[in-house]
Design a protein around this ligand. Structure first.
Ligand code: FRU
Length: 507
């Protein structure tokens, strides 16, 4: 073969290889740092979950998406679907920016009674209610550049049309006027929208999603106020025979460990006003990386939550290349009493069990200064669930590390009754000086012993303490998976039960 011929053939082979790599969806999810248990877009920038709605056996996940880069930009609604909340298939972009602006966060509902009139020939409309954000008005220094609009789908969420009468809720002169979250309020037979309006939420109601009446405001003097309020979500939940109303409100900055965080209120809602007592600020997740989370619509009494697993402090800087940022695990919410208070607990949805490989169980395991567990775990996995139970609770820490000595540390401090996560030595941390700071969370549980569940993925750790009363989510970027496991404590202690469950990749 001549040299020219050889070069051409080699070039052809290389091009074919590269092309098949680009087309191979599996290869695309194997990059360094790529979450193996969490939804992330195949490529480019992602932030808030949007339009979470369950319809005819399919969970829809729309999301803030910029298909042009791995930094935040003109917002679209990306789209993914799943039958089990675990395995996701990314779909074509659902909503593109238009003459009214970018497509910011919002929700989606099933309009079964065709209140909008969008339905035809018996086809039920799915309706998305979102914020149009006009970048031109913003640049001009106007204050009214965010307003609410509609889009609908007549093919079960596959394709979407914008409503010709947009916007349906004009801006009354409030700079931060966004993230409409809509639900059907059965007792009043009307739609209720919860909207983030700067330092509070405003409730509106509507018979048809097109004309909206202001009902009331909540929160000016309640909750955390070190940042702007965003992405609210109001829904009823049962505890025994009592119905409570839960209101989630994200705030940025001002989260429990700086930057982004999501607080919640438990109270009552009468179709007009939301009432709540108590002044303790409660966070759905005390870690730095769970923001803008909301729950799926149309799942009956079951409440399933999904958050964006990042923080606005460094979301645009984390060291991934093909995509940037991901979602948390879907979590089931429950109301629980602890001490004198009522809280929300969150735990990974039971559907996660489909990913389970064989568990390793260890009973009555003595631990002391630093006990290496790695030898006992058979095949160390890159992603797994770890559950620990003990009858007493004392100072301890778990070190998750790799051969390069990079590590995440999760611990408990008895004197201050706090959990902590330390990611200072977890790999790449220098992209933002806030990133390596130690993360703290109060222990809310009041039982005597330890009850801890955690899920480790390629670049995230989610901790659910006391059956999900205190939750902490933190991302990190190691050069190889943290498969080594050590437990340390300040004197003899016994773990009654440890279970280590490797989990299969969802891709
Ligand atoms: C929250 C948020 C929303 C807004 C969207 C824009 O993370 O700031 O308030 O709608 O992101 O992408």
């Amino acid at each position: 073969m001549t040299l020219a011929r050889w070069t051409m053939t080699a070039g052809l082979i290389l091009t074919t290889m590269l092309r098949s790599l680009a087309q191979d969806p599996v290869a695309a999810y194997k990059e360094l740092f790529r979450p193996q248990l969490h939804f992330s877009p195949r490529e480019k920038w992602i932030n808030d979950p949007n339009g979470l709605v369950y319809y005819q056996g399919v969970y829809h996940l729309f999301f803030q998406y910029y298909p042009g880069d791995i930094i935040w930009g003109p917002m679209h609604w990306g789209h993914a679907v799943s039958k089990d909340l675990i395995h996701w298939r990314q779909q074509p972009i659902a909503l593109y920016p238009d003459s009214l602006g970018y497509i910011f966060s919002g929700s989606a509902v099933v309009d079964s009674a065709n209140t909008t009139g969008f339905g035809s020939n018996g086809r039920v409309p799915l309706v998305a209610i979102f914020t149009h954000h006009d970048p031109v008005g913003e640049k001009k220094g106007n204050i009214d550049y965010q307003y609410q609009s509609l889009a609908y789908s007549l093919d079960k969420g596959q394709t979407w049309m914008k409503y010709k009468g947009n916007p349906v809720l004009k801006n009354p002169g409030i700079v931060d006027f966004r993230d409409p979250n809509v639900m059907w309020y059965k007792p009043g037979k009307k739609w209720v929208m919860t909207l983030a309006t700067k330092d509070r939420v405003t409730f509106y109601s509507s018979p048809d999603l097109k004309s909206w009446t202001k009902e009331s405001e909540f929160g000016e003097s309640q909750g955390a106020h070190n940042g702007v309020w965003e992405c609210p979500n109001l829904f009823p939940m049962q505890l025994g025979d009592t119905t409570y109303w839960v209101l989630l409100v994200s705030t940025n900055p001002g989260g429990p460990n700086g930057g982004s965080g999501t607080q919640y209120f438990i109270g009552q809602f009468d179709g007009k006003n939301f009432y709540t007592g108590g002044s303790t600020i409660k966070w759905i997740d005390y870690g730095p990386d769970d923001y803008a989370g909301v729950t799926w619509n149309n799942t009956g009494r079951r409440k399933i939550f999904l958050g964006w697993m990042s923080n606005w402090i460094y979301a645009n800087q984390v060291p991934t290349a093909a995509w940037r940022n991901a979602m948390t695990l879907p979590r089931e919410l429950k109301l629980v009493h602890a001490g004198e208070e009522t809280y929300l607990s969150s735990l990974p949805v039971k559907e996660m069990n489909v990913q389970v490989k064989k568990s390793v169980m260890i009973h009555n395991m003595p631990v002391d200064t630093l006990t290496d567990l790695s030898g006992k775990l058979h095949t160390p996995a890159s992603q797994y669930k770890l559950e620990l139970r003990a009858d007493t609770l004392k100072d301890f820490f778990i070190v998750f590390s790799n051969t390069q000595g990079q590590q995440m540390v999760l611990g408990y401090e008895k004197a201050s009754n706090r959990w902590y996560i330390d990611r200072a030595l977890s790999g790449r941390t220098d992209f933002n000086k806030e990133f390596p700071k130690r993360i703290f969370a109060p222990r809310i549980g009041v039982t005597a012993g330890l009850d801890l569940t955690l899920v480790m993925d390629a670049s995230s750790l989610e901790v659910f303490a006391d059956k999900g009363l205190t939750v902490m989510t933190a991302v990190f970027f190691p050069d190889s998976p943290l498969t080594r496991l050590r437990i340390g404590t300040n004197g003899p202690w016994e773990i009654r039960q440890l279970s280590y469950t490797p989990l299969r990749s969802i891709w």
